[in-house]
Design a protein around this ligand. Structure first.
Ligand SMILES: [Zn+2]
Length: 421
């Protein structure tokens, strides 16, 4: 039985901001490498570059018919405005659909406020040459004392459409701008855009059967820029380290490859890079177990199956067999298993969540977590993985059913962009 204490200690040691491509992420990777070595194994880092940015200056204020300075956070990689900023006409465009923009064919002189940034909205802003855009962030009662605006960058799929200087703006400011009928705003944004280096840590336990069939265990170890990323995802990184220690002295028939992925939060960059650069290894990969968020005192457990009905049944049978209570669903997990599933590898995500705690915020800290649940998850995962890794024949085929392929197209926005996979 695992008491989860090892994992909890490791989560504690990893509880600091570890944003992808920074020295802090590097430090977290080094901690994990030293744990692999302490366990008697060896690992290797795989480097890859990621888009990076740094804000030099930014500001936003309403200038007419009233004055109000706005609390904003720009989108990284969204380009910049001329030195000293620009004046824009203000337009509130609700859902940012053609209906909302009726009569506004050229938005080049406008800063457009929208409620939600999705692909279609951004595409329309690009097509109509919007000068800038603002997206409502949070609740009307949020203040800088109680919440942060989570810094983020524009997704690569969006940037293929074009670059528009963008900002997240607090809901209280957005409400007042619309209520008081703002007409003109002044926006300033200067940023450096370039590349940083991030790393995956890879460690392997060779199988005893000599079969090339491999099972990967993935967990991202980077975090967002606020909070300590304890739940998301120091817990997953610690979970697969505990499993590494469990299996290293008791190797199963098939090879286990552990991948601590870097830069997941900015767009699954680590897992994408791994899948892209290791086609032969991916070809031999017959299963992926992903760990993203676990160990909370309160639950429930969740199992996400990205695979066929047989795998879904199997996950439910194993949970029953082991007395593990979990919500089990068939869908694409928004985490590092997605690029593997996209390459045809059946994937299972094991996690634990509670609506009483929060990720991607200053509240993602150690407090809502406990060692007991980390131990319980380790027990369950070790049994599940052991059963698959030791099976005489793989109990599920390496296929991705049509419904999941469609979901993957949606998830990676290929249904919108019309790109070939
Ligand atoms: Zn995560």
């Amino acid at each position: 039985m695992s008491d989860g204490k090892y994992q909890y200690e490791l989560v504690k040691n990893l509880s600091f901001v570890r944003f992808g491509g920074t020295d802090d992420e590097r430090r977290a990777g080094d901690i994990l490498m030293s744990e692999v070595e302490k366990a008697g194994g060896s690992g290797r880092f795989m480097e890859f570059s990621i888009p990076a940015w740094e804000f030099k200056s930014y500001s936003a204020r309403v200038t007419e018919p009233f004055e109000r300075s706005l609390d904003v956070e720009p989108y990284g990689l969204s380009g910049q405005l001329p030195e000293g900023g620009s004046d824009f006409k203000f337009l509130y465009a609700e859902r940012c659909t053609p209906e909302d923009l009726c009569g506004y064919d050229d938005l080049s002189g406008f800063a457009v406020l929208i409620n939600q940034l999705d692909y279609d909205a951004y595409k329309l802003l690009c097509e109509r040459h919007a000068g800038a855009f603002l997206v409502v962030y949070g609740k009307y009662y949020d203040t800088p004392d109680t919440t942060d605006i989570l810094p983020r960058s524009l997704r690569p799929e969006f940037l293929k459409l074009g670059k528009i200087p963008g900002f997240m703006v607090r809901a209280s400011d957005a409400t007042e701008m619309v209520r008081l009928k703002a007409e003109k705003i002044h926006l300033e944004l200067r940023q450096w855009e370039g590349e940083h280096v991030s790393r995956n840590l890879i460690a392997e336990i060779p199988g005893t059967s000599g079969s090339p069939e491999t099972i990967v265990l993935t967990a991202h170890y980077d975090s967002v820029l606020v909070g300590t990323g304890s739940w998301d995802n120091a817990t997953g990184a610690a979970a697969i380290m505990a499993l590494y220690r469990d299996f290293i002295n008791n190797p199963p028939a098939r090879t286990l490859r552990f991948i601590w992925c870097g830069s997941e939060e900015q767009g699954l960059f680590g897992s994408h890079a791994y899948v892209r650069d290791n086609p032969q290894e991916v070809e031999n990969t017959v299963f992926c177990f992903n760990f993203d968020m676990n160990g909370t005192v309160l639950g429930p457990n969740r199992i996400t199956v990205t695979g066929n009905e047989a795998l879904l049944s199997m996950a439910s049978q194993i949970s029953r067999e082991l007395g593990f209570s979990a919500n089990i669903s068939q869908r694409v997990h928004s985490s590092d298993s997605a690029p593997f599933a996209d390459a045809g590898v059946p994937a299972v995500g094991i996690s634990r969540g509670t609506t009483s705690a929060e990720i991607h915020s200053r509240h993602d800290v150690l407090y809502p977590l406990c060692p007991e649940q980390m131990g319980a998850l380790e027990e369950f995962a070790a049994a599940f993985i052991g059963r698959i890794a030791n099976a005489v024949f793989m109990p599920v085929d390496r296929v991705m059913p049509e419904n999941m392929k469609k979901e993957l197209d949606k998830y990676f926005l290929r249904d919108k962009a019309g790109d070939e996979k």
